[in-house]
Write a protein that binds this ligand. Structure first.
Ligand SMILES: C[S@@+](CC[C@H](N)C(=O)[O-])C[C@H]1O[C@@H](n2cnc3c(N)ncnc32)[C@H](O)[C@@H]1O
Length: 259
């Protein structure tokens, strides 16, 4: 079985259907709270700090940070749908979050302006080569002030291989179910995702592929981008149940500092 993937799949996948297919993670406020607890424990974050939530989607981590008094958050994401959705959410909660639609490889943000850059919820490894991730790390380094911290939270490749399941499905609600067929490659997992509405029929049939990082290869990549004081926390699981959460459980968190 081969799963053909458009290398630019990530430019169009993160829409209103993604908000359904990954709702178990991205709409689970308890999981988001656990993820933000980890941020607050692992890097020295203060309410006056400027935080860049890079590839931040609809800004769920920034919304939670803002709730806790960290009011200087910027969310940058490629998906116009998620940025628009996040802006509306933040406005409804009166949270002063700056949302930007943009490319994390070249943000256009000023150099040295952020105290922390967060890349959370498995937002690396989307392009077939490693160059896109190297560019995202170089950009994170550039926009951080000296002494600022980077925090990355991605699927742990070692765990993703150990828990690999080629066929999974789950129900979102009484109408919609998500079926995923996966293929393990040398450094990545390709997935065909079908979303089926019992009422309307097939509403999505898409493929995507995610590069896997073992804790060691992630640390080497971040070190190569110039970061120091690198620490790796290899088994972060915001979900307690044994269900298959795609790439959203058994993750690795890495922190590093711009010297
Ligand atoms: C799995 S989602 C996670 C979103 C968010 N961090 C969270 O945890 O809810 C991955 C996000 O990365 C964004 N993304 C991937 N590559 C990007 C790039 N080069 N520039 C900007 N955003 C990107 C996607 O648009 C998507 O919203």
């Amino acid at each position: 079985m081969d799963i053909a993937v458009d290398p630019e799949w990530w430019k169009t996948l993160f829409d209103e259907i993604y908000l359904l297919t990954d709702a178990r993670s991205i709409k689970d406020s308890e999981a988001t709270r656990r993820e933000v607890n980890a941020v607050c424990e692992l890097i020295p974050i203060h309410p006056e700090h400027r935080i860049l939530d890079l590839c931040g989607g609809q800004g769920r981590h920034s919304l939670e940070l803002c709730k806790r008094g960290y009011k200087r958050c910027t969310v940058l994401d490629y998906s116009n749908h998620l940025v628009t959705h996040g802006k509306a959410l933040a406005a409804s909660l009166d949270h002063p979050i700056n949302f930007i639609q943009g490319d994390a490889r070249s943000t256009g943000l000023s150099s040295g302006t952020f105290d922390h850059v967060l890349i959370m919820g498995n937002s690396l490894g989307y392009s077939p080569g490693i160059d896109a991730d190297i560019s995202i790390l170089a950009e994170s380094y550039r926009v951080l002030r000296r002494g600022g911290w980077l925090l990355i939270d991605v699927a742990n490749g070692t765990n993703a291989k150990a828990f690999f399941n080629p066929n999974v499905w789950h129900e979102i609600n009484s109408d919609i179910l998500v079926c995923r067929q996966r293929k393990m490659n040398e450094n990545s997992i390709s997935t065909r995702e079908m979303v089926i509405s019992k009422e309307k029929g097939l509403i999505r049939d898409r493929t995507y592929s995610i590069r896997l990082y073992e804790p060691e290869s992630l640390a080497a990549l971040v070190e190569g981008a110039g970061f120091t004081n690198i620490r790796v926390y290899p088994d972060f699981s915001p979900h307690q149940s044994k269900e298959d959460y795609g790439f959203m459980n058994h993750r690795v968190i890495l922190t590093g500092q711009k010297p």
